[in-house]
Design a protein around this ligand. Structure first.
Ligand SMILES: [Zn+2]
Length: 170
């Protein structure tokens, strides 16, 4: 069974991982994740440490748990300066045959349909990070922001930024 983060894991590999109680883990350099490009300053991010564990849910279905921890560098939308954004999550997925099975899920786990019957751990991590990234990253308060926000003041208030996002969605 593969032990590499880059490998593709078949359903059988994942079943064996669950049966063994072992985990697969390591550090992922974000510069290798092409879809994150443009969302983060990949060259300035620390690697994200991940651990994938598998187990069988009470109903026998495969449950995957991905612990991910790291610090991403994104652009604050208020001052356009880099913003360090910590990620520390442990999402879970239930492996299902089709999205339509999702309706029968009652756990917190999200449904996951294996792509061509296999799983790419880095692709799963990349999906999770894209979803987890704030839509409008910004420093916690305007006082934490760089000079641009300090100079523009109220026009970059939280309410103004949120209105901008709303109008983009329409
Ligand atoms: Zn800022």
């Amino acid at each position: 069974m593969p032990r590499s983060l880059q490998a593709w894991y078949s359903r059988d590999d994942l079943e064996r991982l669950a049966a063994s109680g072992n985990t697969v883990g390591g550090d992922v350099q974000l510069s290798k994740l092409a879809r994150l490009e443009g969302l983060v300053h990949a060259d300035r991010c620390s690697p994200v440490a991940i651990t994938l564990a598998a187990e069988h849910a009470p109903d026998g279905r495969l449950l995957l748990r991905l612990a991910l921890r790291g610090e991403l560098v994104v652009t604050c939308q208020r001052c356009l300066e880099p913003l360090h954004w910590r990620v520390d999550e442990c999402p879970e997925w239930l492996v299902v045959a089709a999205e339509s099975d999702a309706a029968r899920l009652n756990a917190e786990a999200q449904p996951l349909v294996l792509d061509d019957g296999r799983l790419g751990i880095e692709a799963l991590l990349e999906d999770e990070l894209i979803v987890a990234l704030p839509m409008v990253p910004r420093h916690e308060t305007i006082d934490d922001c760089g000079p641009l926000a300090q100079n523009l003041g109220d026009s970059l208030s939280d309410a103004a930024l949120d209105r901008t996002v709303e109008s983009r969605r329409i």
